[in-house]
Design a protein around this ligand. Sequence first.
Ligand code: MG
Length: 383
Amino acid sequence: MAPLAPYACSDQESRGRHHAEPSPRFRNEFQRDRDRILHSSAFRRLEYKTQVFINHEGDLFRTRLTHTLEVAQIARTIARALGLHEDLTEAICLAHDLGHTPFGHAGQDQLNHCMKPYGGFEHNLQSLRVVDHLEQKYANFDGLNLTFETREGILKHCSRDNAQRLGAVGERFLHAQQPSLEAQLANLADEVAYNNHDVDDGLRSGLITIEQLLEVDYFRERYESVARDHAKLEARRQKYEVVRRMITGHVSDIICTTQEQLDQTKPTTLDEVKNQPKAIVRFSATIAEQNRELKRFLFQHLYRHYKVHRMTTKAKEVIRKQFDAYIDDPRLLPDKYQQRVREAEERDGTNGRARAIADYIAGMTDRYAIAEHRRLFDPLSTA
Ligand code: MG
């Protein structure tokens, strides 16, 4: 790993783990976090969870797993260039979507709607819940017992109520502080990854076209530069070349702009990073504006496309019907989850019952959710 800058998080000065453990012999603390995340069941399930396109629509579209790997790869490049802790950055990136429901944002919105009377559902908080409680594979504790720094990085946003309930990782929300630079970076790398791969997937699906995208400045500039460099390029290579330049443009812009911010603010400690009024890791004003235009385009033409909308409407129905069935009669759940619902209900009453059901549904992959739907509601299906 490259030498750490003074404003980076240090694994040796970590605020530690909830359950004390001896330090690993051949890895640093953040490497251990990353490895625990990689070996978790929730991480493997990302392979069968939707990013935008429902998992069974085609083999080439991004899933949450490939999205997550792209986020980590983009962030690691930037972390290394800026002297940030690459292992911590990678750990946060690999964990950032662990709490996502099946069926992408439609699933999250529906589960949140179902959970409204019981405290709501937020995938970002759920990611933390996965690593803190839901993974059950260690002899001495529930969860992965990750370091404070990784956990704080996973918690991108959170309400005041939740911040109070969450203790130390929620504190920065109560004091209007920034997260570490590694966490700021993971957040922005997520955006770089999805904005660009959604252009790629959108074009591949045929739901959006090059002609439409030419109205977006950031795309058009790169499209024209490819056309200048390669007069006769077949369409497929042309698309890859444009998307490649879009990603490189974003990554370079973040590195240069953030370095300028660091030169100006000169933070020498993590506290000085946290007490900045705004995030230090950022796009330049020009690219930020172009990025907003790209996002507006994707929202309007891709995420709201009627074909995507049809799929997400069906997906919401799958989530809603299952949630309603389980909340009315938890005995429909597999034994292991009935047990969890009983325990949660003893602790927290109806809210506990609902939360344990939400944990079960959020943990499902797309295909598991569809199969479970069939088992529950198709009279000819065997349970
Ligand atoms: Mg993401």
